[in-house]
Design a protein around this ligand. Structure first.
Ligand SMILES: [Zn+2]
Length: 159
């Protein structure tokens, strides 16, 4: 793993109302390579990397982190529905849920995804579109202990 550091400038375009409509980064000539600890790479290594690394555009869109997962819906009558969906690990957003619309008799009790790694992540039962993240909260009863609370990564008020 290494870092590519490019010196340049950011240009932001505004409309007449002062709202930013686009931005771009203009790369200069100064490019440096550092290792993961921030130490400059030796010239030889740097040149090798400069030849071998892919060109990634400077539009600040993060590299794709979307993967296909199993979307699991559990119902209180014991029935389980599994369908493929897409999961973006950087935002926690679930998309393209290919759930078959069948009339389930039970009430939805739990939803989660299973990642390729086998990891299971709870889905928000309010929006059905985001995973839950654990946050540590100071317990109201005792200030010494921390309570783990799960909240929707999409920002639903889930309490
Ligand atoms: Zn939500």
């Amino acid at each position: 793993m290494f870092k590519k550091i490019t010196t340049g400038f950011v240009i932001q375009d505004y409309d007449e109302n002062g709202k930013c409509i686009s931005q771009s980064f203009v790369a200069g000539d100064d490019v440096q390579f550092e290792d993961k600890n921030g130490n400059p790479l030796e010239t030889d290594d740097g040149e090798k990397i400069e030849r071998n690394h892919e060109y990634f555009p400077f539009d600040m869109v993060q590299p794709q982190t979307v993967e296909v997962v199993d979307f699991v819906s559990e119902y209180d009558d014991g029935s389980i529905l599994v369908s493929p969906a897409k999961y973006d690990a950087s935002t926690g957003q679930i998309s393209d849920i290919h759930a078959i619309d069948i009339n389930m008799t039970g009430m939805l009790s739990r939803e989660f995804i299973i990642r390729r790694s086998g990891e299971e992540i709870e889905i928000c039962l309010q929006c059905h579109e985001h995973t839950m993240k654990a946050v540590m909260l100071e317990s109201v009863a005792s200030k010494q202990s921390l309570e783990e609370l799960k909240t929707c990564r999409g920002g639903c008020d889930n309490d």
